[in-house]
Write a protein that binds this ligand. Structure first.
Ligand SMILES: *[C@@H]1O[C@H](CO)[C@@H](O)[C@H](O)[C@H]1NC(C)=O
Ligand SMILES: *[C@@H]1O[C@H](CO)[C@@H](O)[C@H](O)[C@H]1NC(C)=O
Ligand SMILES: *[C@@H]1O[C@H](CO)[C@@H](O)[C@H](O)[C@H]1NC(C)=O
Ligand SMILES: *[C@@H]1O[C@H](CO)[C@@H](O)[C@H](O)[C@H]1NC(C)=O
Ligand SMILES: [Cu+2]
Length: 592
């Protein structure tokens, strides 16, 4: 394994860290031809154009508009309710206020009734409201579903429990007061000023940052000199020879159509962009594809590195999305009763790979298909990391999710003999810290309908006596198709000796083959990792999904998401315990 491959799994190597994860969903539309190794006709890829684009229905997953948010906040602050909230601007950490509001996405059945059946009405709009509860003796974050919107006499405020399998709607808030959290270490610093003076020749002077010899105390993010800051490299301009804007973007509906692909986008301040109703050549292949959670879990010989874990949805993977170089769409969200807008945070562009989609040369002709693909890119800057998330659409119908992390190192004091076990020495007193990044995406497949099965097409070595070789057994390999029967976690098969394919078992074509999509780990620097820790005391049960590479489970409205930011402070007993999703249910011809 190359050093680069080892990087993805364990090792932070230098000051700038780049980790690339790939999860690719590769089209598998004709299994028999795939195995026979035939190439497809290149014309297939050129016959589509953006003119064959279906008029979209309304985007029922679009986040609350500015108007909807205003109406909702007006309702929360002015109509009588039990929330005991203080008006924005007047609140302090010992009162209650509206922390965040966003769309509570409609349940799948309701959404499908609308998008698949032209006659039904739009699903009602509901909001997910988080109340910062500081008035009680224990500070909590309380979650509610509020709707239908816009608020009328029928509008209700209900505790949000339906997708929390803990059954709770409230979680403790361990950091309710950021001012105290800042003052507290300074108070400790004051008490130990004689010690720092004696050892380091200076003191941590919280009140006076102009003292040139003063020590700084801070949390884990690195200090960056504001004048020597790094500038991101602009993306290469798309080649002039490319047809321009072959994709169609319906801004109002956040709907994209490109070369046979169609999808809707939905934004959340917690998880960023999720794609809905992804179709290829008119057929839905995925109902939903989106980030659920990003975990990084550290190891080291000191108490900070040895216990650090970050569940990044808590920091808001969406709210930390900032401007990209090739600008495109803005995002907006509501926090503490204010609307925030980040310009150009979603970028959509076509790009041409430096390799063809296919090529073949014979005596009489050469055929080459240009490999142009569509990228939907966002970047979330969470603490010391910049996470770049790409959804990539290829002309052959495959779809890839790429997750790249770069940023600044979280490291430890270099301790000779100890640091080597957890990383590399990168400076006189500084060593990198071993850690895993595990990222969870949800993909709700609907291959030719909602009833789907996951088939493991296993490639096995075997010995066969053929009629053309009597009395002599020959070594060969064969396919063995096995349907996954129960909800289960799966690790990427060794040597790629098994292909995991989502099919509808009732959709055989005239050859008896079932079209489907293969799920594979992608072609980046090594296969994406799952968590190396087992039974981490810091992480508790907050990210059980990180134990395996891939999970297959039945779709349920009550299991809408695998993680929630409010689990961060109750890791041992999280609001959502993913392991409870995997409870032995049948997954043959079910909505997966
Ligand atoms: C409502 O909040 C205020 C602080 O804003 C607090 O003093 C009061 O006790 C709270 N009332 C109830 C019923 O919790
Ligand atoms: C979605 O379904 C759940 C579970 O059946 C239900 O509790 C919830 O109210 C539904 N959500 C909406 C917005 O209707
Ligand atoms: C802050 O530190 C500077 C430099 O040591 C000193 O001149 C100044 O008096 C200090 N200010 C306060 C308020 O202590
Ligand atoms: C799929 O369908 C075939 C017949 O087409 C049947 O033999 C097989 O048992 C089915 N498998 C599952 C998992 O339903
Ligand atoms: Cu890292």
């Amino acid at each position: 394994m190359s050093l680069q491959a080892a990087l993805t799994k364990h090792v932070v190597f230098a000051i700038i860290l780049i980790v690339i994860f790939f999860l690719s969903l590769v089209a598998f539309f004709d299994i028999s031809r795939k195995y026979s190794g035939e190439l497809r006709e290149p014309e297939l890829y050129h016959s589509k154009n953006s003119a064959s684009y279906t008029e979209p229905r309304k985007n029922v997953w679009a986040d609350l508009s500015v108007l909807e948010t205003r109406q909702l906040l007006y309702y929360l602050y002015n109509e009588p309710n039990d929330l005991n909230i203080t008006a924005p601007g007047q609140s302090n950490p010992f009162q209650n206020y509206v922390l965040s509001t966003e769309l509570l996405r409609p349940n799948k059945t309701q959404a499908l009734n609308y998008i698949d059946d032209g006659t039904s009405t739009k699903p009602p709009r509901w909001a997910h409201v988080v109340i910062f509860n500081g008035a009680g003796t224990q500070a909590t974050l309380d979650e509610y579903m509020v709707g239908p919107l816009p608020p009328t006499r029928d509008c209700e405020i209900r505790p949000l429990t339906f997708y929390h399998n803990s059954g709770r709607s409230s979680s403790p808030n361990l950091v309710p007061d950021s001012t105290s959290l800042r003052d507290w270490p300074h108070a400790i610093a004051d008490e130990i000023s004689d010690i720092t003076q004696s050892i380091l020749g200076s003191v941590i002077n919280a009140g006076n940052r102009s003292d040139p010899d003063g020590l700084e105390i801070g949390f884990r993010d690195p200090w960056i000199d504001e004048n020597g800051n790094t500038v991101s490299t602009p993306a290469e301009p798309v080649s002039k020879s490319l047809p321009k804007h072959t994709y169609t973007l319906d801004r109002e509906n956040q709907f994209v159509s490109w070369m046979g692909f169609e999808f809707y986008m939905a934004f959340s301040a917690v998880t960023g962009v999720t794609l809905y109703d992804i179709r290829f050549n008119g057929e839905r292949i995925l109902y939903e594809l989106g980030l659920q959670e990003a975990l990084s879990h550290y190891a080291g010989s000191d108490p900070v590195q040895g216990a650090a874990k970050y569940l990044d949805s808590f920091w808001g993977m969406g709210a930390k999305m900032f401007e990209l170089v090739q600008e495109y769409m803005d995002i907006q969200y509501s926090l503490r009763s204010r609307m925030y807008k980040h310009r150009n945070a979603i970028c959509l562009f076509e790009y041409t790979a430096d390799y063809p989609l296919q090529r073949h040369t014979t005596d009489s002709y050469t055929s080459i298909s240009k490999n142009t693909y569509l990228v939907l890119r966002t970047v979330a800057v969470v603490g010391n990391y910049d996470y770049t998330i790409d959804y990539v659409f290829y002309l052959d119908g495959s779809l890839e999710v790429k997750f790249r992390a770069s940023g600044f190192i979280q490291g430890a004091y270099y301790v000779p003999g100890l640091s080597e076990e957890y990383g590399h020495r990168v400076h006189s007193q500084f060593a990198s810290s071993l850690h895993d990044h595990v990222i969870n995406f949800k993909a709700d497949f609907d291959i030719l309908g909602e009833r789907n099965s996951l088939v493991s097409v296993e490639i096995e070595p075997t010995t066969v006596e053929y009629p053309w070789s009597p009395n002599e057994k020959r070594k060969t390999m064969k396919l063995n198709r096995r349907t996954v029967e129960k909800e289960v976690g799966i690790s990427w098969p060794a040597n790629s000796a098994s292909h995991l394919v989502v099919v509808n078992n009732e959709s055989a074509n005239s050859w008896g083959e079932k079209p489907g999509y293969r799920i594979m780990p992608g072609s980046g620097i090594g296969a994406p990792a799952h968590l190396t820790f087992q039974g981490s005391e810091t992480l508790g049960r907050a990210a059980e999904w990180a134990q395996k590479d891939l999970w297959v489970s039945r779709h349920k409205d009550t299991e809408a998401r695998s993680s929630t930011p409010t689990s961060n402070f109750v890791a041992d007993d999280p609001m959502i315990d993913f392991e409870k999703f995997i409870d032995g249910e049948n997954v043959v011809q079910e909505d997966l």
